[in-house]
Ligand binder design. Structure first.
Ligand code: GH3
Ligand code: MG
Length: 538
Protein backbone atom coordinates (compact mmCIF):
# COMPACT_ATOMS: atom_id res chain seq x y z
CA UNK A 1 0.00 0.00 0.00
CA UNK A 2 1.10 3.55 -0.62
CA UNK A 3 1.59 5.97 2.22
CA UNK A 4 -1.53 7.78 1.19
CA UNK A 5 -3.70 4.72 1.70
CA UNK A 6 -2.23 4.18 5.14
CA UNK A 7 -2.86 7.79 5.94
CA UNK A 8 -6.51 7.46 5.02
CA UNK A 9 -6.79 4.34 7.16
CA UNK A 10 -5.19 6.05 10.10
CA UNK A 11 -7.63 8.91 9.98
CA UNK A 12 -10.45 6.40 9.71
CA UNK A 13 -9.15 4.85 12.88
CA UNK A 14 -9.19 8.19 14.66
CA UNK A 15 -12.72 8.75 13.51
CA UNK A 16 -13.92 5.39 14.76
CA UNK A 17 -12.32 5.92 18.14
CA UNK A 18 -13.79 9.41 18.49
CA UNK A 19 -17.17 7.99 17.62
CA UNK A 20 -16.86 5.28 20.28
CA UNK A 21 -15.87 7.68 22.97
CA UNK A 22 -18.14 10.59 22.39
CA UNK A 23 -21.09 9.33 20.50
CA UNK A 24 -22.18 6.10 21.96
CA UNK A 25 -23.90 6.08 25.27
CA UNK A 26 -21.39 3.64 26.72
CA UNK A 27 -20.28 5.41 29.79
CA UNK A 28 -19.60 8.88 31.02
CA UNK A 29 -15.96 8.19 31.79
CA UNK A 30 -13.04 6.94 29.73
CA UNK A 31 -10.03 5.20 31.17
CA UNK A 32 -6.73 7.03 30.90
CA UNK A 33 -4.97 3.85 29.77
CA UNK A 34 -7.20 3.71 26.74
CA UNK A 35 -6.41 7.30 25.83
CA UNK A 36 -2.75 6.59 26.32
CA UNK A 37 -2.61 3.53 24.10
CA UNK A 38 -4.64 5.27 21.42
CA UNK A 39 -2.28 8.26 21.29
CA UNK A 40 0.72 6.01 21.53
CA UNK A 41 -0.28 4.00 18.52
CA UNK A 42 -1.09 7.20 16.60
CA UNK A 43 2.35 8.55 17.32
CA UNK A 44 4.01 5.34 16.15
CA UNK A 45 2.04 4.99 12.95
CA UNK A 46 2.00 8.63 11.93
CA UNK A 47 5.77 8.84 12.17
CA UNK A 48 6.14 5.84 9.89
CA UNK A 49 3.78 7.03 7.22
CA UNK A 50 5.06 10.58 7.09
CA UNK A 51 2.29 12.48 8.74
CA UNK A 52 4.52 15.01 10.44
CA UNK A 53 1.74 17.18 11.86
CA UNK A 54 -0.08 14.27 13.40
CA UNK A 55 3.17 12.85 14.78
CA UNK A 56 4.00 16.10 16.59
CA UNK A 57 0.50 16.55 17.85
CA UNK A 58 0.20 13.03 19.27
CA UNK A 59 3.64 13.36 20.90
CA UNK A 60 2.60 16.60 22.52
CA UNK A 61 -0.70 15.16 23.72
CA UNK A 62 1.12 12.15 25.17
CA UNK A 63 3.43 14.46 27.11
CA UNK A 64 0.46 16.40 28.44
CA UNK A 65 -1.22 13.17 29.40
CA UNK A 66 1.70 12.32 31.60
CA UNK A 67 1.69 15.74 33.26
CA UNK A 68 -2.02 15.53 33.97
CA UNK A 69 -1.64 12.09 35.54
CA UNK A 70 -5.36 11.33 35.44
CA UNK A 71 -6.94 7.93 36.00
CA UNK A 72 -10.02 8.63 33.99
CA UNK A 73 -11.60 11.30 31.83
CA UNK A 74 -15.08 12.67 31.66
CA UNK A 75 -16.36 12.88 28.10
CA UNK A 76 -16.40 16.65 28.00
CA UNK A 77 -12.88 16.91 29.41
CA UNK A 78 -11.54 14.49 26.88
CA UNK A 79 -13.32 16.23 24.04
CA UNK A 80 -11.61 19.44 25.06
CA UNK A 81 -8.25 17.71 25.39
CA UNK A 82 -8.44 16.05 21.97
CA UNK A 83 -9.89 19.00 20.12
CA UNK A 84 -6.78 19.67 18.05
CA UNK A 85 -6.73 16.07 16.98
CA UNK A 86 -10.36 16.14 15.90
CA UNK A 87 -9.77 19.37 14.09
CA UNK A 88 -6.69 17.99 12.34
CA UNK A 89 -8.61 14.91 11.20
CA UNK A 90 -11.35 17.09 9.84
CA UNK A 91 -8.94 19.25 7.93
CA UNK A 92 -7.05 16.26 6.62
CA UNK A 93 -10.23 14.74 5.35
CA UNK A 94 -11.57 17.85 3.72
CA UNK A 95 -8.68 19.95 2.58
CA UNK A 96 -5.57 19.25 0.57
CA UNK A 97 -2.31 20.08 2.32
CA UNK A 98 -1.94 23.19 0.15
CA UNK A 99 -5.38 24.47 1.06
CA UNK A 100 -4.72 24.33 4.77
CA UNK A 101 -2.86 27.59 4.77
CA UNK A 102 -5.99 29.36 3.64
CA UNK A 103 -7.86 28.39 6.77
CA UNK A 104 -7.00 31.43 8.77
CA UNK A 105 -8.73 32.74 11.85
CA UNK A 106 -11.20 35.38 10.90
CA UNK A 107 -12.62 38.25 12.86
CA UNK A 108 -15.78 37.55 14.82
CA UNK A 109 -17.20 40.87 13.70
CA UNK A 110 -17.22 40.03 10.02
CA UNK A 111 -19.33 42.33 7.93
CA UNK A 112 -22.69 40.81 7.12
CA UNK A 113 -24.05 40.93 3.58
CA UNK A 114 -27.60 39.91 2.84
CA UNK A 115 -28.23 38.70 -0.67
CA UNK A 116 -31.67 38.28 -2.23
CA UNK A 117 -31.78 36.43 -5.51
CA UNK A 118 -34.16 34.00 -7.13
CA UNK A 119 -31.55 32.34 -9.31
CA UNK A 120 -29.94 29.83 -6.98
CA UNK A 121 -26.83 29.18 -9.12
CA UNK A 122 -26.10 32.90 -9.13
CA UNK A 123 -26.78 33.03 -5.39
CA UNK A 124 -24.32 30.25 -4.70
CA UNK A 125 -21.67 31.71 -6.96
CA UNK A 126 -21.78 35.21 -5.50
CA UNK A 127 -22.15 34.03 -1.93
CA UNK A 128 -19.03 31.96 -2.33
CA UNK A 129 -17.12 34.83 -3.93
CA UNK A 130 -18.08 37.16 -1.09
CA UNK A 131 -17.28 34.64 1.61
CA UNK A 132 -13.81 34.28 0.13
CA UNK A 133 -13.35 37.91 1.06
CA UNK A 134 -14.07 37.02 4.66
CA UNK A 135 -17.60 38.45 4.77
CA UNK A 136 -20.55 36.59 6.12
CA UNK A 137 -23.35 36.20 3.62
CA UNK A 138 -26.98 35.38 4.33
CA UNK A 139 -28.72 34.34 1.19
CA UNK A 140 -32.42 34.02 0.48
CA UNK A 141 -34.36 33.24 -2.65
CA UNK A 142 -37.76 34.10 -1.22
CA UNK A 143 -38.55 37.84 -1.05
CA UNK A 144 -41.00 37.63 1.87
CA UNK A 145 -38.60 35.68 4.02
CA UNK A 146 -35.74 37.94 3.01
CA UNK A 147 -37.65 40.96 4.21
CA UNK A 148 -38.25 39.63 7.69
CA UNK A 149 -34.67 38.36 7.87
CA UNK A 150 -33.54 41.85 6.97
CA UNK A 151 -35.19 43.24 10.09
CA UNK A 152 -33.89 40.45 12.26
CA UNK A 153 -30.31 40.64 11.09
CA UNK A 154 -29.70 44.28 10.24
CA UNK A 155 -27.08 43.53 7.58
CA UNK A 156 -24.25 45.89 6.65
CA UNK A 157 -24.96 45.67 2.95
CA UNK A 158 -27.82 44.40 0.80
CA UNK A 159 -27.41 42.83 -2.61
CA UNK A 160 -30.70 42.50 -4.45
CA UNK A 161 -31.01 40.74 -7.77
CA UNK A 162 -34.22 42.29 -9.11
CA UNK A 163 -34.76 39.70 -11.87
CA UNK A 164 -37.60 37.78 -10.24
CA UNK A 165 -39.99 35.77 -12.40
CA UNK A 166 -43.09 36.29 -10.29
CA UNK A 167 -42.36 38.98 -7.73
CA UNK A 168 -41.43 42.48 -8.85
CA UNK A 169 -37.82 42.97 -7.85
CA UNK A 170 -38.32 46.71 -7.56
CA UNK A 171 -41.05 46.14 -5.02
CA UNK A 172 -38.59 44.42 -2.71
CA UNK A 173 -36.31 47.41 -3.05
CA UNK A 174 -39.19 49.75 -2.41
CA UNK A 175 -40.30 47.94 0.75
CA UNK A 176 -36.82 47.94 2.15
CA UNK A 177 -36.23 51.53 1.15
CA UNK A 178 -39.29 52.73 3.04
CA UNK A 179 -37.59 51.60 6.20
CA UNK A 180 -34.13 52.11 4.91
CA UNK A 181 -34.21 55.80 4.11
CA UNK A 182 -33.96 56.24 7.85
CA UNK A 183 -31.32 53.62 8.39
CA UNK A 184 -28.24 53.63 6.24
CA UNK A 185 -27.62 50.21 4.71
CA UNK A 186 -25.99 50.32 1.27
CA UNK A 187 -28.00 48.56 -1.42
CA UNK A 188 -26.51 47.08 -4.56
CA UNK A 189 -28.86 46.13 -7.37
CA UNK A 190 -28.13 43.39 -9.90
CA UNK A 191 -30.08 42.99 -13.11
CA UNK A 192 -30.11 41.70 -16.65
CA UNK A 193 -31.84 44.88 -17.69
CA UNK A 194 -28.74 46.98 -17.80
CA UNK A 195 -30.32 49.93 -19.58
CA UNK A 196 -30.52 53.60 -18.78
CA UNK A 197 -34.16 53.50 -17.73
CA UNK A 198 -33.74 50.62 -15.23
CA UNK A 199 -30.59 52.12 -13.78
CA UNK A 200 -32.19 55.50 -13.23
CA UNK A 201 -35.20 53.85 -11.63
CA UNK A 202 -32.96 51.85 -9.30
CA UNK A 203 -30.96 54.90 -8.24
CA UNK A 204 -34.13 56.89 -7.73
CA UNK A 205 -35.40 54.18 -5.47
CA UNK A 206 -32.35 54.36 -3.26
CA UNK A 207 -29.84 51.99 -4.84
CA UNK A 208 -26.26 52.85 -4.01
CA UNK A 209 -24.85 50.88 -6.91
CA UNK A 210 -26.14 49.01 -9.95
CA UNK A 211 -24.34 46.07 -11.52
CA UNK A 212 -25.51 44.70 -14.85
CA UNK A 213 -25.26 41.05 -15.78
CA UNK A 214 -23.18 39.18 -16.76
CA UNK A 215 -21.24 39.88 -13.60
CA UNK A 216 -17.50 40.14 -13.42
CA UNK A 217 -16.82 38.55 -10.02
CA UNK A 218 -13.68 40.48 -9.30
CA UNK A 219 -15.29 43.82 -10.05
CA UNK A 220 -18.37 42.78 -8.08
CA UNK A 221 -16.24 42.01 -5.00
CA UNK A 222 -14.48 45.36 -5.17
CA UNK A 223 -17.75 47.23 -5.51
CA UNK A 224 -19.28 45.44 -2.52
CA UNK A 225 -16.12 46.07 -0.54
CA UNK A 226 -16.45 49.81 -1.22
CA UNK A 227 -20.01 49.75 0.08
CA UNK A 228 -18.97 47.91 3.23
CA UNK A 229 -16.27 50.51 3.82
CA UNK A 230 -18.80 53.31 3.46
CA UNK A 231 -21.07 51.61 5.95
CA UNK A 232 -18.22 51.16 8.40
CA UNK A 233 -17.23 54.81 8.24
CA UNK A 234 -20.84 55.79 8.64
CA UNK A 235 -21.32 53.60 11.71
CA UNK A 236 -18.19 55.00 13.29
CA UNK A 237 -19.20 58.59 12.86
CA UNK A 238 -22.83 58.55 13.85
CA UNK A 239 -24.19 58.85 17.38
CA UNK A 240 -27.90 59.13 16.71
CA UNK A 241 -30.18 56.32 15.61
CA UNK A 242 -31.76 57.53 12.39
CA UNK A 243 -35.13 55.89 12.83
CA UNK A 244 -35.91 56.96 16.37
CA UNK A 245 -33.62 59.98 16.73
CA UNK A 246 -32.37 58.87 20.13
CA UNK A 247 -28.72 58.03 20.80
CA UNK A 248 -27.42 54.80 19.31
CA UNK A 249 -25.72 51.79 20.81
CA UNK A 250 -22.21 52.97 20.15
CA UNK A 251 -22.86 56.19 22.02
CA UNK A 252 -24.40 54.20 24.87
CA UNK A 253 -21.13 52.41 25.51
CA UNK A 254 -19.14 55.67 25.37
CA UNK A 255 -21.58 57.28 27.79
CA UNK A 256 -21.62 54.35 30.19
CA UNK A 257 -17.83 54.36 30.36
CA UNK A 258 -17.92 58.06 31.17
CA UNK A 259 -20.48 57.58 33.93
CA UNK A 260 -18.53 54.67 35.40
CA UNK A 261 -15.42 56.88 35.58
CA UNK A 262 -17.46 59.61 37.25
CA UNK A 263 -18.78 57.12 39.75
CA UNK A 264 -15.25 56.19 40.68
CA UNK A 265 -14.22 59.84 41.07
CA UNK A 266 -17.26 61.41 42.69
CA UNK A 267 -19.22 58.46 43.99
CA UNK A 268 -22.38 59.55 42.20
CA UNK A 269 -24.52 56.49 41.59
CA UNK A 270 -26.82 56.16 38.60
CA UNK A 271 -29.35 53.65 37.29
CA UNK A 272 -29.87 52.10 33.93
CA UNK A 273 -33.11 50.66 32.62
CA UNK A 274 -33.36 48.25 29.71
CA UNK A 275 -36.75 48.42 28.00
CA UNK A 276 -38.08 45.92 25.48
CA UNK A 277 -41.42 46.20 23.72
CA UNK A 278 -43.71 43.25 24.36
CA UNK A 279 -44.74 40.98 21.49
CA UNK A 280 -43.36 43.45 19.01
CA UNK A 281 -42.96 40.74 16.41
CA UNK A 282 -46.74 40.41 16.36
CA UNK A 283 -47.10 44.05 15.38
CA UNK A 284 -44.75 43.53 12.44
CA UNK A 285 -46.57 40.35 11.50
CA UNK A 286 -50.05 41.85 11.71
CA UNK A 287 -49.50 45.34 10.32
CA UNK A 288 -46.18 45.17 8.44
CA UNK A 289 -42.74 46.44 9.27
CA UNK A 290 -43.53 50.04 8.42
CA UNK A 291 -46.13 50.23 11.15
CA UNK A 292 -43.60 48.50 13.41
CA UNK A 293 -41.21 51.33 12.60
CA UNK A 294 -43.88 53.90 13.42
CA UNK A 295 -44.45 52.32 16.83
CA UNK A 296 -40.71 52.46 17.52
CA UNK A 297 -40.58 56.14 16.60
CA UNK A 298 -43.62 56.89 18.73
CA UNK A 299 -42.16 54.99 21.65
CA UNK A 300 -38.87 56.89 21.46
CA UNK A 301 -40.71 60.23 21.25
CA UNK A 302 -42.84 59.27 24.21
CA UNK A 303 -39.78 58.38 26.30
CA UNK A 304 -38.09 61.67 25.50
CA UNK A 305 -41.22 63.61 26.38
CA UNK A 306 -41.91 61.84 29.66
CA UNK A 307 -38.43 61.61 31.17
CA UNK A 308 -36.41 64.29 32.88
CA UNK A 309 -34.08 66.37 30.75
CA UNK A 310 -31.06 64.77 32.45
CA UNK A 311 -32.16 61.21 31.63
CA UNK A 312 -30.61 59.89 28.44
CA UNK A 313 -32.41 57.58 25.99
CA UNK A 314 -30.55 55.17 23.70
CA UNK A 315 -31.71 52.64 21.15
CA UNK A 316 -29.90 49.49 22.16
CA UNK A 317 -30.98 47.43 19.16
CA UNK A 318 -34.21 46.43 17.37
CA UNK A 319 -37.00 47.15 19.85
CA UNK A 320 -34.78 47.49 22.92
CA UNK A 321 -34.01 50.84 24.51
CA UNK A 322 -31.74 51.85 27.38
CA UNK A 323 -32.35 54.76 29.69
CA UNK A 324 -29.58 56.16 31.82
CA UNK A 325 -30.86 57.95 34.90
CA UNK A 326 -28.08 60.01 36.55
CA UNK A 327 -28.09 60.38 40.34
CA UNK A 328 -31.03 58.04 40.69
CA UNK A 329 -31.23 55.05 42.98
CA UNK A 330 -32.87 51.77 42.22
CA UNK A 331 -36.29 52.43 43.73
CA UNK A 332 -36.56 55.90 42.21
CA UNK A 333 -35.65 54.51 38.80
CA UNK A 334 -38.19 51.70 39.09
CA UNK A 335 -40.88 54.24 40.02
CA UNK A 336 -40.02 56.50 37.08
CA UNK A 337 -40.03 53.68 34.54
CA UNK A 338 -43.18 52.19 35.96
CA UNK A 339 -44.96 55.52 35.65
CA UNK A 340 -43.84 55.72 32.01
CA UNK A 341 -45.12 52.19 31.42
CA UNK A 342 -48.53 52.86 32.95
CA UNK A 343 -48.99 55.87 30.69
CA UNK A 344 -47.57 54.31 27.54
CA UNK A 345 -49.71 51.23 27.60
CA UNK A 346 -52.91 53.29 27.55
CA UNK A 347 -51.93 54.96 24.27
CA UNK A 348 -54.02 53.69 21.37
CA UNK A 349 -52.48 53.13 17.98
CA UNK A 350 -54.89 53.28 15.05
CA UNK A 351 -53.79 51.44 11.94
CA UNK A 352 -55.59 49.80 9.05
CA UNK A 353 -58.95 50.27 10.71
CA UNK A 354 -57.85 48.55 13.89
CA UNK A 355 -56.80 49.78 17.28
CA UNK A 356 -54.08 48.31 19.44
CA UNK A 357 -52.01 49.06 22.52
CA UNK A 358 -48.38 48.33 23.14
CA UNK A 359 -46.63 47.61 26.42
CA UNK A 360 -43.05 47.06 27.40
CA UNK A 361 -41.08 45.19 30.03
CA UNK A 362 -38.08 46.67 31.77
CA UNK A 363 -35.14 45.67 33.91
CA UNK A 364 -33.58 48.28 36.18
CA UNK A 365 -30.13 48.19 37.72
CA UNK A 366 -28.51 50.72 40.01
CA UNK A 367 -24.81 51.14 39.32
CA UNK A 368 -22.84 51.83 42.48
CA UNK A 369 -19.76 49.75 41.80
CA UNK A 370 -17.30 51.24 39.32
CA UNK A 371 -15.49 47.91 39.09
CA UNK A 372 -18.33 46.60 36.94
CA UNK A 373 -17.69 47.34 33.28
CA UNK A 374 -20.29 48.65 30.87
CA UNK A 375 -21.01 45.15 29.58
CA UNK A 376 -21.62 43.74 33.05
CA UNK A 377 -23.83 46.65 33.95
CA UNK A 378 -26.02 45.97 30.97
CA UNK A 379 -26.01 42.28 31.72
CA UNK A 380 -27.46 42.98 35.16
CA UNK A 381 -30.24 45.09 33.66
CA UNK A 382 -30.82 42.37 31.11
CA UNK A 383 -31.23 39.70 33.79
CA UNK A 384 -33.85 41.86 35.41
CA UNK A 385 -35.57 42.40 32.06
CA UNK A 386 -35.63 38.66 31.57
CA UNK A 387 -37.36 38.30 34.93
CA UNK A 388 -39.93 40.89 33.96
CA UNK A 389 -40.66 39.00 30.72
CA UNK A 390 -40.87 35.68 32.54
CA UNK A 391 -43.28 37.05 35.10
CA UNK A 392 -45.74 37.99 32.38
CA UNK A 393 -44.43 41.14 30.66
CA UNK A 394 -45.75 44.70 30.94
CA UNK A 395 -43.85 45.24 34.19
CA UNK A 396 -40.64 46.66 35.65
CA UNK A 397 -38.24 44.50 37.55
CA UNK A 398 -35.25 45.58 39.64
CA UNK A 399 -32.00 43.64 39.44
CA UNK A 400 -30.91 42.03 42.60
CA UNK A 401 -27.14 41.77 42.70
CA UNK A 402 -27.09 38.71 44.90
CA UNK A 403 -29.72 36.87 42.93
CA UNK A 404 -28.32 34.78 40.09
CA UNK A 405 -31.19 34.99 37.70
CA UNK A 406 -31.74 32.40 35.04
CA UNK A 407 -30.25 33.09 31.66
CA UNK A 408 -32.00 32.96 28.37
CA UNK A 409 -31.58 29.45 27.09
CA UNK A 410 -30.97 28.56 23.47
CA UNK A 411 -31.22 24.89 22.56
CA UNK A 412 -28.67 24.08 19.89
CA UNK A 413 -28.94 20.72 18.12
CA UNK A 414 -26.29 19.43 15.77
CA UNK A 415 -27.57 16.74 13.43
CA UNK A 416 -24.84 15.17 11.34
CA UNK A 417 -23.90 11.56 10.64
CA UNK A 418 -20.19 12.32 10.64
CA UNK A 419 -18.75 11.78 14.13
CA UNK A 420 -15.81 14.09 13.54
CA UNK A 421 -18.01 16.94 12.40
CA UNK A 422 -20.36 16.43 15.34
CA UNK A 423 -17.51 16.52 17.82
CA UNK A 424 -16.04 19.54 16.13
CA UNK A 425 -19.28 21.45 16.07
CA UNK A 426 -20.06 20.70 19.70
CA UNK A 427 -16.69 21.98 20.72
CA UNK A 428 -16.96 25.03 18.48
CA UNK A 429 -20.33 25.80 20.06
CA UNK A 430 -18.96 25.35 23.56
CA UNK A 431 -16.31 27.99 22.98
CA UNK A 432 -18.74 30.56 21.68
CA UNK A 433 -19.22 33.53 23.94
CA UNK A 434 -22.88 34.43 23.80
CA UNK A 435 -23.00 36.97 26.62
CA UNK A 436 -26.52 36.74 27.87
CA UNK A 437 -27.57 33.46 26.33
CA UNK A 438 -26.89 30.09 27.81
CA UNK A 439 -26.43 27.36 25.22
CA UNK A 440 -27.83 23.90 25.72
CA UNK A 441 -25.98 21.84 23.12
CA UNK A 442 -26.80 18.32 21.96
CA UNK A 443 -25.64 16.29 18.97
CA UNK A 444 -27.58 13.65 17.05
CA UNK A 445 -26.37 11.30 14.37
CA UNK A 446 -29.55 11.44 12.35
CA UNK A 447 -32.94 13.07 12.10
CA UNK A 448 -34.84 10.14 13.56
CA UNK A 449 -32.86 10.24 16.78
CA UNK A 450 -33.41 13.97 16.94
CA UNK A 451 -37.18 13.67 16.68
CA UNK A 452 -37.28 10.70 19.06
CA UNK A 453 -35.62 12.90 21.67
CA UNK A 454 -38.62 15.27 21.45
CA UNK A 455 -36.19 18.05 21.94
CA UNK A 456 -38.24 20.56 20.01
CA UNK A 457 -40.79 20.55 22.80
CA UNK A 458 -38.20 22.06 25.16
CA UNK A 459 -39.28 25.56 26.08
CA UNK A 460 -37.30 28.34 24.48
CA UNK A 461 -35.68 29.01 21.17
CA UNK A 462 -33.98 26.40 19.03
CA UNK A 463 -31.09 26.55 16.66
CA UNK A 464 -30.43 23.54 14.41
CA UNK A 465 -27.27 22.83 12.52
CA UNK A 466 -28.30 20.27 9.96
CA UNK A 467 -26.27 18.14 7.63
CA UNK A 468 -27.93 18.13 4.22
CA UNK A 469 -27.01 14.59 3.33
CA UNK A 470 -27.49 11.82 5.86
CA UNK A 471 -28.27 8.16 5.32
CA UNK A 472 -31.20 7.99 7.73
CA UNK A 473 -33.64 10.85 7.09
CA UNK A 474 -31.59 13.50 5.35
CA UNK A 475 -31.37 17.16 6.27
CA UNK A 476 -34.02 18.27 3.82
CA UNK A 477 -36.54 15.84 5.32
CA UNK A 478 -35.65 16.98 8.83
CA UNK A 479 -36.06 20.59 7.78
CA UNK A 480 -39.39 19.86 6.15
CA UNK A 481 -40.65 18.12 9.25
CA UNK A 482 -39.36 20.83 11.59
CA UNK A 483 -41.00 23.59 9.60
CA UNK A 484 -44.28 21.71 9.78
CA UNK A 485 -44.33 21.41 13.55
CA UNK A 486 -46.21 23.73 15.83
CA UNK A 487 -42.99 25.08 17.33
CA UNK A 488 -41.48 26.03 13.99
CA UNK A 489 -41.55 29.77 14.71
CA UNK A 490 -38.82 29.72 17.28
CA UNK A 491 -36.56 27.42 15.27
CA UNK A 492 -33.66 28.73 13.22
CA UNK A 493 -31.85 26.40 10.87
CA UNK A 494 -28.36 26.42 9.43
CA UNK A 495 -27.84 23.79 6.72
CA UNK A 496 -24.50 22.23 5.93
CA UNK A 497 -24.48 21.28 2.27
CA UNK A 498 -22.11 19.93 -0.31
CA UNK A 499 -20.57 22.54 -2.51
CA UNK A 500 -22.10 21.24 -5.68
CA UNK A 501 -25.56 20.35 -4.53
CA UNK A 502 -27.31 23.35 -6.00
CA UNK A 503 -30.60 21.48 -6.00
CA UNK A 504 -30.33 20.82 -2.26
CA UNK A 505 -29.47 24.42 -1.52
CA UNK A 506 -32.45 25.62 -3.51
CA UNK A 507 -34.76 23.23 -1.68
CA UNK A 508 -33.32 24.07 1.71
CA UNK A 509 -33.93 27.78 1.17
CA UNK A 510 -37.44 27.11 -0.12
CA UNK A 511 -38.25 25.00 2.89
CA UNK A 512 -37.21 27.80 5.19
CA UNK A 513 -33.57 27.26 6.14
CA UNK A 514 -32.19 30.52 7.42
CA UNK A 515 -28.74 30.02 6.01
CA UNK A 516 -26.44 27.43 4.53
CA UNK A 517 -22.74 26.72 4.71
CA UNK A 518 -21.00 24.60 2.12
CA UNK A 519 -18.72 21.79 3.15
CA UNK A 520 -15.85 21.70 3.66
CA UNK A 521 -15.92 24.75 5.90
CA UNK A 522 -13.08 26.42 7.70
CA UNK A 523 -13.52 25.88 11.42
CA UNK A 524 -12.68 29.39 12.52
CA UNK A 525 -14.97 30.84 9.92
CA UNK A 526 -17.82 28.60 10.93
CA UNK A 527 -17.28 29.57 14.53
CA UNK A 528 -17.41 33.25 13.68
CA UNK A 529 -20.49 32.66 11.62
CA UNK A 530 -22.40 30.74 14.25
CA UNK A 531 -21.49 33.27 16.90
CA UNK A 532 -22.68 36.08 14.71
CA UNK A 533 -25.86 34.27 13.80
CA UNK A 534 -26.71 33.51 17.41
CA UNK A 535 -26.01 37.05 18.53
CA UNK A 536 -28.08 38.55 15.79
CA UNK A 537 -30.97 36.16 15.94
CA UNK A 538 -31.47 35.74 19.64
P1 GH3 B 1 -41.03 39.70 23.62
O1 GH3 B 1 -42.27 40.15 24.32
O2 GH3 B 1 -40.51 38.41 24.17
O3 GH3 B 1 -39.98 40.77 23.62
O4 GH3 B 1 -41.45 39.37 22.11
P2 GH3 B 1 -41.07 40.19 20.82
O5 GH3 B 1 -41.95 39.73 19.72
O6 GH3 B 1 -41.09 41.66 21.10
O7 GH3 B 1 -39.54 39.84 20.62
P3 GH3 B 1 -38.67 39.27 19.45
O8 GH3 B 1 -37.26 39.53 19.89
O9 GH3 B 1 -39.05 37.88 19.12
O10 GH3 B 1 -38.99 40.16 18.18
C1 GH3 B 1 -38.48 41.43 17.99
C2 GH3 B 1 -38.73 41.81 16.54
O11 GH3 B 1 -38.40 43.16 16.29
C3 GH3 B 1 -37.90 41.01 15.57
C4 GH3 B 1 -37.44 42.01 14.53
O12 GH3 B 1 -37.82 41.58 13.25
C5 GH3 B 1 -38.15 43.27 14.90
N1 GH3 B 1 -37.36 44.47 14.63
C6 GH3 B 1 -36.08 44.71 14.99
N2 GH3 B 1 -35.71 45.93 14.54
C7 GH3 B 1 -36.76 46.46 13.88
C8 GH3 B 1 -36.99 47.70 13.19
O13 GH3 B 1 -36.12 48.58 13.10
N3 GH3 B 1 -38.21 47.89 12.64
C9 GH3 B 1 -39.20 46.95 12.73
N4 GH3 B 1 -40.36 47.19 12.16
N5 GH3 B 1 -39.01 45.77 13.36
C10 GH3 B 1 -37.82 45.54 13.93
MG1 MG C 1 -39.70 42.44 22.47
Amino acid sequence: MTNEKYQVLLFEKIKTQIFKWFDTNNSEVIRNEDVYSFLHSLKGTSGTIQLGGLYHLSSRLLDQLEVKGKEQWRKCELREFLFELVSLSYQYEHFKETDLKKVEPSDIELPLVQMICEDVSMLILLKEAMEENGWMVMASSDPEKALSLYYDLQPDCLVIDIDFTEADGFQILEKIQQHNHKQFVPKVILSNENNRHTRIRAYEMGADDFIGKPIDIEEFSVRIKRQLERKHIFDQSVLIDELTKVYNRRFLFDTLERYLKDLERTNSVFSIALLDLDYFKNINDSYGHLIGDKVLEAFADFLKAKLRGSDIVFRYGGEEFVILLPRTNSQEAIDVIDRVLQEFKTIQFHEQGKTFNVSFSAGVFMVDNPALGSQDTLKMADHALYEAKEKGRSRVHGANVSEQSANNILHVSVIDDDAIIRTLLVRVLQTIDTEKIELDIKAFENGEKFFESERLTDKGKHFLILDGVMPVMDGIEVLDKVKNTAQSRGVHVLMLTGRKSEYDIARALKLGADDYVTKPFSITELQARIQRLIKRMF
